[in-house]
Write a protein that binds this ligand. Sequence first.
Ligand code: ADP
Ligand code: MG
Length: 249
Amino acid sequence: MTENGDATPLVRLENVNKHFGTLHVLKNINLTVSRGEVLVVIGPSGGGKSTLCRTINRLETINDGQIVFDGKVLPAEGKALAKLRSEVGMVFQSFNLFAHKTIRENVTLGPTKVRGLAKDAADKRAMELLDRVGIAAQADKYPAQLSGGQQQRVAIARALAMDPKMILFDEPTSALDPEMVQEVLDVMVGLARDGMTMMVVTHEMGFARRAANRVVFMADGQIVEENTPDEFFTNAQTDRARDFLSKIL
Ligand code: ADP
Ligand code: MG
């Protein structure tokens, strides 16, 4: 819940099903994310974690059930869809920065093009955000001149520049060299502490313990288990989760 006391969940998935052809990828998913909550989603590859993220910002449609975002039922179309997309930030494993634009331009592009923000204002805000993620000194470089960890921090600044109501992170540190994982997780912990609503697909238990309110264990398209991080990591309830944890710990 946020300071303004809005107790309605920011996101509510009700009996959500998603098929890719004959493959049933999301099986009757029921899940809510509260405002200001940090939800970690964990589970074996192919279990539907990325698809779950993608249905929330409508990169994927669903076959049945419904998703309510900030009180509005999806599917949103046209203008409503564009608005929704700008309200849900997404950070991917592969950074996805524009290679031919500078770091600063990567961060100002959305606000100027989608939001119609004036260039000066967008620039000022971009520099604040780049400072917040510790990259201000690199603002006029190109993505390829930065390390993976720096690029992922830019991707986070870019998501923040749209003033999203929520940020989805899909394995944000999986493509990074080990020594760069922590700098990205530190930024994410900072966001969590500042009250950002976050859904984070990650196997980084340190992050889950430091920042998550709840862990959801997903396998074979289903939510198998849902618990606090401490309970989940020390006292998983299902064989499926215990088996998975024994492989990653
Ligand atoms: P996870 O992120 O947990 O690894 P995904 O959501 O990526 O799982 O994938 C769940 C299942 O859906 C997998 O079997 C995957 O191969 C399949 N899948 C994902 N995207 C598509 C797609 N666009 N078309 C067909 N099958 C897909
Ligand atoms: Mg995935």
